[in-house]
Design a protein around this ligand. Structure first.
Ligand code: TYM
Length: 335
């Protein structure tokens, strides 16, 4: 039996932050040798909120370069751009027609993002989870490593699979039921300015997040100014101290130390001692990623060749699934 398949993706909207890295990409890197992996840059998702056409292409390349810089290894993994494989849009249409509208209006992310856009909310934002389901299902993925905020979209994907297989594929399931892979630590990295909100690309304040490409000066400044509390001594898991828990978790994940080690090391510290330590640890953890990123971005030809061969591999698998789906739905397939 072949290896199980993994699929995941990130939107090319601005820079990646520590939440994207610790909640998703770092886990992809850690597990990639056990699976056959497909990592896409989901540029079709990026236009579900107003976007800038002048920067979309470059942002797409930047995310692909960051995948490589973070350690995605082409020996185990395929990197490609979602819009380069037309089957993603086509399967989305087919699945749209079997997805009840209220499944989509119930999605937390839709409700949150729709509020921000008022009357201008586009159909694409509502349909975002069906496109995401198509990304996953085209590759018959077994596992989908994501952060906590994507859990509901994965549940919807599973509901769509069950509905499709029930309606169109009674004897032999056509679409595979995927499972989310959500790590406990790092699955929900919180904002630096409010420990009860998740770190997010869409927060208007850049001080709320650390981007993977931030300079040491920016990292120092953001950590120096980040929200803390007046309690002395630092401890994990105190519901009254969300900022403290978040910053200790960042320190733990970026230093590679265990929770127990960090708890002991920081038990008697004040913020004045802890903040420089966290800043230095963050700078050191991001330095190799930033150096590798520059190297990849300086060699556009190489990056293009990675994405070209990624598209070829992805497209072969995606088209096969699409054909099976259309056959199950009763389409007259082109001869
Ligand atoms: P995006 O670009 O918003 O987020 C990419 C990944 O980062 C995770 N993430 C976080 N993890 C921990 N803490 C945070 N504060 C944080 N913020 C973001 C997200 O959970 C995600 O794993 N819809 C997806 C993109 C997508 C996708 C897919 C993912 C499209 N198709 C198919 C998996 C499979 C998203 O939210 O992207």
């Amino acid at each position: 039996m072949g290896r199980q398949r993994v699929l995941s993706g990130v939107q090319p909207t601005g820079n990646l932050h520590l939440g994207n890295y610790l909640g998703a990409i770092r886990n992809w890197v850690e597990i990639q040798s056990q699976y056959e992996n497909f990592f896409c840059v989901v540029d079709l998702h990026a236009i579900t909120v107003p976007h800038n056409p002048a920067t979309l292409a470059n942002d797409t390349y930047a995310i692909a370069a960051l995948y490589l810089a973070c350690g995605i290894d082409l020996q185990h993994s395929t990197i490609f751009v979602q819009s380069h494989v037309p089957a993603h849009c086509e399967l989305t249409w087919l699945l749209n027609c079997i997805t009840p509208l209220n499944w989509l209006t119930d999605m937390i992310q839709f409700k949150e993002k729709a509020v921000k856009q008022g009357e201008n909310v586009g159909v694409g934002l509502l349909d975002y989870p069906v496109l995401m389901a198509s990304d996953i299902l085209l590759y018959q993925a077994d596992k989908v490593p994501v952060g906590e905020d994507q859990k509901q979209h994965l549940e919807l994907t599973r509901d769509i699979v069950n509905r499709f297989n029930h309606q169109f594929a009674k004897d032999e399931s056509v679409l595979k039921l995927p499972e989310p892979l959500i790590r406990k630590e790092g699955a929900r990295v919180m904002s630096l300015t409010d420990g009860t909100k998740k770190m997010s690309k869409s927060d208007p304040s850049d001080m709320s997040r650390i981007n993977l490409l931030d300079s040491p000066e920016e990292i120092n400044k953001k950590i120096k100014r980040c929200k803390t509390d007046p309690v002395r001594g630092l401890a994990f898991d105190d519901a009254e101290r969300p900022e403290c828990n978040n910053l200790l978790t960042l320190y733990m994940l970026l230093s590679g130390k265990t929770k127990e080690e960090v708890a002991t090391e920081c038990a008697d510290m004040g913020w004045g001692q802890f903040k420089p330590l966290l800043a230095e640890t963050t700078i050191n953890a991001l330095k190799p990623i930033q150096e590798k990123y520059q190297g990849v971005m300086d060699d556009k030809g190489y990056l293009e060749s990675v994405l070209r061969s990624g598209r070829e591999k992805a497209e072969a698998i995606a088209n096969e699934t699409l054909t099976q789906v259309k056959a199950a739905m009763g389409y007259a397939l082109p001869l």
